[in-house]
Design a protein around this ligand. Structure first.
Ligand code: KIV
Length: 298
């Protein structure tokens, strides 16, 4: 497990209680208690996640798809991610908040990675950041951790590497690819990640990976052997339209309820059933008379 203590750097001050929230994730793993992570992109979802007692809220760049309507996560800007993250921050008090560094804002240099990570802490109140990939990205992790900001890694399927939806395919299905993913996770742990997301790999590969990596692993489409699980909120609530990935389980059908609710409103406006008297403000009879007089007795 990571030995970093994540003391605040002189320039970047994480929210109060951050160090304890990070330490708690390691303690959950040690206690063999599954870690629960969901994504959120607004204050209402953040409040729901906290009230439900989830352990980690991730403002994922999946927000590019599910709330901003882009085709890929590569299109969301840093400013857009910061706006979503600030909204989520306003809805959380106790829960660990992780911000996802968007494509193009951290890969090319350590300085860029640290500067972007700092904006998530300083401007959006994050406890930690997440970034995708290993290889050269392990060095970016080292730089960001060195600046006092905890980092969650991400291996397996890397959505930021996909230029369109057809490239979002499971990884680690050959021995060579699986070894690479396990090596990636080990490198991220060695670079100081406090936790690693494993996306879309066979369950057996996750189990082998978990045996080689001490940092808590959070799976998405990676089977039951990970230390925790994450799903995109809009997928688990059934808000995302159309076919979902194989690993998505829908716990609600909010999309259908949204459609029914808006349709009922439209029907009642058109039939003049809404607004009814109980939805309308009153004015005292004498004030109404006075108003009519002021308007010329109409
Ligand atoms: O952006 C996101 O929602 C993610 C999760 C799938 C881990 O990276």
């Amino acid at each position: 497990m990571s030995s970093h203590t994540f003391a605040d750097s002189p320039t970047t001050k994480r929210p109060e209680g951050s160090a304890e929230r990070i330490a708690r994730i390691g303690a959950l793993k040690l206690g063999r208690q599954p870690i629960v992570m969901v994504t959120a992109y607004d204050v209402a979802a953040a409040r729901a996640a906290e009230a439900a007692g989830v352990d980690i809220v991730l403002v994922g760049d999946s927000g590019a798809n599910v709330v901003l309507g882009y085709g890929t996560t590569r299109e969301v800007s840093l400013d857009e991610m910061l706006m979503l993250t600030r909204a989520v921050r306003r809805g959380l008090r106790e829960t660990l908040l992780v911000g996802d560094l968007p494509f193009g804002t951290y890969e090319h240099s350590d300085e860029a990675a640290v500067a972007t990570a700092r904006r998530f802490v300083d401007e959006a109140g994050c406890d930690a950041v997440k970034l995708e990939g290993a290889g050269e990205m392990a060095q970016r992790v080292r730089a960001v951790v060195g600046a006092g900001i905890p980092v969650m890694g991400h291996v397996g399927l890397l959505p930021q590497a996909a230029r369109d939806a057809s490239e979002l395919r499971a990884k680690g299905r050959t021995a060579d690819d699986a070894v690479r993913i396990i090596e990636d996770a080990k490198a991220l742990e060695a670079a100081g990640c406090f936790s690693v997301v494993i996306e879309a790999v066979p369950a057996e590969v996750t189990a082998l990976l978990a045996a080689h990596v001490g940092a808590p692993t959070i799976g998405i489409g990676a089977g039951a052997a990970a230390d925790g699980q994450v799903l995109v909120l809009h997928d688990l609530l059934g808000i995302t339209p159309g076919r979902s990935a194989k690993f998505v389980k829908r716990y609600s059908d909010i999309g259908a309820q949204m459609l029914a609710g808006v349709r009922a409103f439209a029907d009642e406006v058109r039939s003049r059933a809404y607004p009814a008297p109980e939805h309308t403000y009153a004015i005292a009879a004498e004030e109404l008379e006075a108003l009519k007089e002021k308007l010329g007795g109409t």
